[in-house]
Design a protein around this ligand. Structure first.
Ligand SMILES: Nc1ncnc2c1ncn2[C@@H]1O[C@H](COP(=O)(O)OP(=O)(O)OP(=O)(O)O)[C@@H](O)[C@H]1O
Ligand SMILES: [Mg+2]
Length: 462
């Protein structure tokens, strides 16, 4: 954070100052009062469960200089009418004060966090980099991330999400990117958008925001993404796995016994071997996209390849693979679920379970709209075709998965509907033996990560 006085903060946000105008905010801006610290600014937000204003005093007691609030509080504050808008104004001020920082945005339906974490680990080789933790990608997380930048920052690698038209354009106004990566257009939130073409419209707002001297980094394997080339003033750079014309490409992809990909990274400057520490073939396009971005920012091929080989999964519950000491393997992919990512996870499960039995504990995929039922049935069918030994659907909304699995007449595995995660654990208890692999996956709302954690136990020998 660049130091700002409360007077400046009031001016930038158009807010009303209630406190010492000369007091200086030097620390992090947070919306979680438990994370408030010395020199910071606490933004009070009224959420579904709690109202941040009630924690204003606690935040100041923890060291926050003041509170950004929409109603009077008993501690030093700047009163504004809209906290996200105030955060956006502050973030834009910081960006304008740091013209030397190169800004990259990453969007897509699946793999934003994975790609952002990989890209950040590459770009950090070039200089001080700000990237969000986890999925800080919306009207709160995005400005909070940007506000962490200071005079030393050279790169911002940002994750941009959309739940409707205009959202990405809004995030791009807060921190105008010069580099934009679009990963894919998939079913995630498609119900809210009204279909894949609308998803593409919204994701493409990122490339529309790029300047002529910027670069639009597009997935050549996804026609809806490639078509975005027509919507940008920036130079287009393509990446991919299947499309041989992609400028940055992975060839010869193979997986080890834990599903970790190796491939040859092909670039105009030459080629290099890469082995990822991430699991699943679907991480390859993410890695290639990260490579393409790092290359645009000036990182050389050797550094890119070495960086990809050493990069770790920074954000939890995405394809975490744990091999228990009893020989059972647990895949915790419970962070989120949409048709593309469940398909990717089932492919990885099938690969890992080559020499044993595969089980999947699946919760529902949220926000799919009218294609929801059919999408769940298709996933069930895919699971049955993967010849899983057991398929457990958690919760009523996941039940169509089993209906889809039953469409595969030749499938001999066990299908089970359970009400919650505890029942799923009960159903598997005493069944698992060495060599078995269990995938746990569902939308965030299902909170199945606890199931995966219990299943994985404390024994990790990864
Ligand atoms: N290229 C990809 N294609 C399909 N699935 C993917 C891809 N990359 C990652 N995934 C899977 O998608 C899920 C979410 O991954 P990740 O958190 O990286 O995506 P995200 O786009 O940031 O999601 P969110 O919208 O929730 O922030 C994980 O299960 C991950 O394994
Ligand atoms: Mg994310």
């Amino acid at each position: 954070m660049i130091p700002l006085t409360l007077a400046q903060i009031a001016e930038i946000t158009g807010g009303q100052l209630r406190g010492d105008p000369g007091a200086v905010v030097t620390g992090e801006v947070v919306i979680d009062s438990r994370r408030a610290g010395p020199g910071g600014l606490f933004a009070a937000v009224a959420g579904e469960r709690a109202d941040g204003h009630e924690f204003a005093s606690a935040a100041v007691a923890a060291g926050a200089v003041a509170v950004l609030a929409t109603r009077p509080v008993r501690v030093p504050s700047v009163l504004v009418t809209d906290v996200p808008a105030a955060l956006a104004a502050l973030a834009r001020f910081v960006i304008d004060a740091l013209p030397a920082a190169a800004i990259a945005g990453i969007t897509g339906s699946s793999g934003k966090t994975t790609t952002k974490d990989l890209a950040a680990q590459l770009v950090e080789r070039l200089g001080p980099t700000i990237a969000p933790a986890g999925s800080f990608n919306n009207e709160f997380g995005h400005p909070l991330t940007v506000l962490r930048a200071d005079a030393a920052t050279r790169y911002l690698v940002l994750e941009l999400s959309a739940r409707g038209p205009g959202h990405i354009a809004y995030l791009c106004r807060i921190a105008p990117p010069r580099y934009g990566v679009v990963l894919n257009v998939g079913q995630a939130h498609a119900g809210e958008f009204g279909g894949l073409d609308q998803v593409a419209r919204a994701k493409g707002e990122l490339v529309e925001a790029l300047p002529a001297d910027g670069a639009a980094i597009l997935n050549a394997d996804d026609p809806r993404v490639l078509a975005m080339a027509a919507r940008t003033a920036a130079r287009v750079v393509t990446f991919g796995v299947d499309d041989q014309t992609a400028q940055i490409r992975a060839a010869g992809v193979r997986l080890d016994d834990l599903g970790r990909p190796s491939f040859t990274l092909l670039t105009p400057e030459g080629q290099a071997g890469v082995t990822l520490r991430l699991h699943g073939a679907h991480t390859v396009p993410d890695a290639v996209a990260a490579a393409a971005l790092a290359r645009e920012l000036g990182l050389g091929l050797a550094d890119i390849a070495e960086g990809l080989c050493t990069a770790v999964a920074r954000s939890r519950w995405r394809m975490e693979v744990r091999r228990r000491t009893d020989g059972v393997t647990v895949i915790n992919d419970a962070y989120n679920a949409n048709p593309e990512s469940v398909r990717a996870a089932l492919h990885a499960l099938r690969h890992l379970a080559q020499d044993g039995r595969g089980f999947a504990i699946l919760g529902h995929m949220a926000e799919l709209g009218e294609v929801s039922r059919a999408s769940h049935e298709d996933i069930g069918e895919l699971a049955a075709r993967a010849e899983l030994a057991g398929l457990i659907a958690v919760g009523e909304e996941a039940a169509p998965i089993l209906a889809g699995a039953r469409r595969v007449r030749s499938w001999t595995g066990e299908a089970l509907a359970v009400p919650d995660g505890a029942a799923a654990l009960d159903a598997l208890a005493n069944q698992l033996k060495p060599g078995d692999v269990v995938l746990v996956k569902a939308s965030r709302a299902a909170h199945l990560e606890g199931v995966a954690t219990i299943l994985a136990g404390e024994d990790e020998d990864r």
